[in-house]
Ligand binder design. Structure first.
Ligand code: SF4
Length: 272
C-alpha cells in the first residue's frame, strides 16, 4: 500500500555536493471538501543528489520538527514503477524531465533560488484526498471493464507453440509499460484518459492470447472510460507528459478496434 505521509521511516540519507536553497509553493488542502491554498516554504540546504521525493521528505522532517503538519503526497516504489507519485511541478506533470516519473526526477534539474510550484493532479475525475494526494480509482474502473483475459487458458503452454513476431511483442511490451500514474489525464486540456486506456487495451489486443475478447474488451473499456473522463481531441499533451513514453499510436489502434467492434455488433444484430 502506498504511503501518503511523506515519511520514509528512517533518517534522510546524507548527500554531498552542490546544495540548493529553494522556495516551495505547495497546495495544502486538509481534506476532500476543505478549501485549499498555496502555501510557501523556504527550504535551504537541499542536495542536488536528492530525488524530488527525498526533497519533500526533508521538508516534512523540518515541518514535523516544528510540530507542523507534514505535506501528504503519495509514494511507494520510488523506482518509476508503481505510478503513485504523480504531481504537477511548475505546471508540468512529473516535472521538467521528459520520460521521468516524479520519484526519479533529481534536484540537479533545479537551481538554487528557484521557486517550485507543486500541485496535485487537476482533473475532474481525480478528486483531491489531501494536499497532493488524489483519488485515481476512476482508472481502476476502466481496467475492471476489460483489462484482463478471461478465457480458461489451462496450464502454461510451451512458449514456441504461439509464435509472436518480435515487432508485435515489442509493441505490446511498450504498451504494458504504462504505470497508471494518471499524468496523461492531468496534462490533457480535456481531462481525457485515452492514452491510459489505449495502453491497457493495446498490450492485450496485440497478443494472440488477447484476440478472443479483443472487440468486446475495447468496447467495454472505451465506454467505461467515457463515463468518467473527457473526450480526446488528439492534443498530444498526454504523450509528452507520460513518464513511460506511451505512444499516441496506441490510441489510433484503440479507435480502430472500437469502430470494428461497433460494425461487428451491427452485423450480429442484422443476423438475429
Ligand atoms: S499512459 Fe503514461 S501518463 Fe498515462 S497513466 Fe500510463 S504511464 Fe501514466
Amino acid at each position: 500500500m502506498s504511503q501518503t505521509n511523506g515519511q520514509t521511516g528512517g533518517q534522510t540519507a546524507v548527500h554531498h555536493g552542490r546544495t540548493l536553497d529553494l522556495k516551495l509553493c505547495i497546495w495544502r488542502q486538509p481534506g476532500p471538501r476543505a478549501e485549499g491554498r498555496m502555501v510557501e516554504y523556504d527550504l535551504p540546504g537541499v542536495s542536488e543528489d536528492m530525488s524530488f521525493l527525498e526533497m519533500l521528505d526533508l521538508l516534512n522532517e523540518r515541518l514535523i520538527a516544528k510540530e507542523q503538519e507534514p505535506v501528504a503526497f503519495e509514494h511507494d516504489c520510488r523506482e518509476g514503477i508503481c505510478g503513485s507519485c504523480g504531481m504537477m511541478i511548475n505546471g508540468q506533470a512529473h516535472g521538467p524531465q521528459l520520460g521521468t516519473a516524479t520519484c526519479q526526477l533529481h534536484m540537479r534539474k533545479f537551481n538554487s533560488g528557484d521557486v517550485i510550484e507543486i500541485e496535485p493532479w487537476r482533473a475532474a475525475a481525480f478528486p483531491i484526498v489531501r494536499d497532493l494526494v488524489v483519488n485515481r480509482s476512476a482508472l481502476d474502473r476502466i481496467v475492471e471493464a476489460g483489462g484482463y483475459i478471461s478465457v480458461t487458458a489451462g496450464a502454461a503452454p510451451e512458449a514456441n507453440i504461439i509464435p509472436v513476431p518480435k515487432p508485435v511483442a515489442d509493441a505490446a511490451f511498450d504498451a504494458a509499460a504504462c504505470i497508471g500514474c494518471g499524468a496523461c489525464v492531468a496534462a490533457c486540456p480535456n481531462g481525457a484518459a485515452q492514452l491510459f486506456t489505449a495502453a491497457k487495451v493495446a498490450h492485450l489486443n496485440l497478443l494472440p492470447q488477447g484476440q478472443a475478447e479483443r472487440f468486446s474488451r475495447t468496447e467495454a473499456m472505451v465506454e467505461r472510460m467515457e463515463e468518467f473522463f473527457g473526450s480526446c481531441t488528439f492534443h498530444g499533451e498526454c504523450e509528452a507528459a507520460c513518464p513511460k513514453r506511451i505512444s499516441l499510436e496506441n490510441i489510433v489502434l484503440m479507435n480502430g478496434d472500437y469502430v470494428r467492434a461497433k460494425f461487428k455488433n451491427r452485423r450480429l444484430a442484422g443476423r438475429r
